[in-house]
Design a protein around this ligand. Structure first.
Ligand code: TYM
Length: 332
């Protein structure tokens, strides 16, 4: 059986990944590294589209690597690397920018949302061209599957459109990737505002469960999560978005079905249920946090692992780039 290529990326934009990142994407990253040829990338260049502070940025990139390894990404069984270490990402990114239309780039919802927040005039050009760099990340590795959360669906569609356009005009060059998006967990919501997604850039930290938070902090956040009307623990995204979100989280981490959980908490109140969710989350995250802190004690070792990953990634990326240049008629 030939192995399938998998590629995904995550931005190092905060001290900790949150549970939405984990349940929407990273849990699948771990599962897909077995039996596939997986490439996982810390997309530091994408993070430059927002505000950064250099010392903190460096720290967050390393903390991202530590967390990925702690939650099960193996640097031996997969290729784990930092985007800026493989220059081919920028090089193919430019080609993708020259292929994409201004109109289609303007329709990307992530750009529209983020630029609306700060005002369109202050939005960076990099935020606009961000999806074309993401397309390059994916196409360089000829990925079959891209494990991501629901919010990335549109970027993957764009990537497929760009690949098709290139292949049609310049000859077969890129594989058309497919998003690998789960049904449950693809969108985890903010605990305080269960109608918006859990997000690093959300205003309140109280609604975001962070992998690197202390057990006490996460317990407090879950116990003070916004609750819905009524007192029944039932999955109903419309009427009970808060409880449904907590049920999704519990089920994804405990491996128990939603209906099993509904039965267990029948006749009990929200308080008991939240206590149980807190216990599941805290016990799940405890060893991950401890391992990440341990890994961060030896920065040089982490950097070495990332360099080894970049060396492996470059072999594949440079092949795709030279094929692309050749098909475009660039003189070698
Ligand atoms: P980023 O860094 O914002 O998020 C990383 C991954 O976490 C998922 N995610 C969620 N899933 C469920 N519920 C949530 N509340 C939630 N919040 C975030 C995201 O869908 C994502 O899979 N553009 C990408 C990074 C990127 C990339 C790539 C991804 C750059 N190049 C190539 C795949 C392939 C992003 O901003 O993810």
């Amino acid at each position: 059986m030939t192995q399938k290529r998998v590629l995904s990326g995550i931005q190092p934009t905060s001290d900790s990944f949150h549970l939405g990142n984990y349940l929407g994407a990273l849990k699948q990253w771990v599962e897909l590294q077995d039996g596939n040829d997986a490439f996982y990338c810390i997309v530091d260049l994408h993070a430059l589209t927002g505000e950064i502070e250099p010392a903190l940025f460096r720290k967050r990139t390393l903390a991202s690597a530590a967390q990925l390894i702690a939650l099960g990404i193996s640097p031996e069984r997969s290729t784990l690397f930092v985007q800026s270490h493989v220059a081919e990402h920028n090089q193919l990114g430019w080609i993708m920018e020259c292929l994409a239309g201004f109109g289609e780039a303007s329709r990307m919802t992530q750009f529209k949302d983020k630029s609306a927040k700060g005002g369109a005039d202050s939005a960076r050009v990099g935020l606009f061209t961000y999806p074309m760099l993401q397309a390059a990340d994916i196409l360089l590795y000829q990925a079959h599957y891209v494990p991501v959360g629901e919010d990335q669906r549109q970027h993957i569609e764009l990537t497929r459109d760009l690949a098709t356009r290139f292949n049609t005009r310049f000859g077969q060059t890129f594989r058309l990737p497919e998003g690998h998006i789960l049904k449950a967990g693809a969108k985890i919501y903010d605990l305080q505002d269960p109608t918006s997604k859990m997000s690093k850039s959300s205003g309140s930290v109280a609604g975001v469960l962070e992998i690197m938070d202390t057990p006490e902090a996460n317990t407090k956040k879950i116990k003070s999560a916004a609750t819905d009307a009524g007192r029944e623990v039932k999955f109903d995204e419309k009427e009970k978005p808060g409880i449904s979100n907590l049920l999704t989280i519990h089920s994804a981490l405990s491996g128990r079905s939603i209906s099993e959980l509904e039965n267990e908490f029948e006749g009990k109140g929200y308080g008991d249920f939240k206590g149980a969710v807190a216990e599941v989350v805290v016990e799940y995250l405890r060893p991950i946090r401890e391992r990440a802190l341990e890994l961060l004690e030896d920065e040089n070792h982490l950097i070495e692992l990332l360099h080894t990953g970049a060396d492996k990634a470059r072999v594949v990326a440079s092949q795709t780039l030279s094929h692309t240049y050749k098909n475009l008629g660039l003189v070698k």
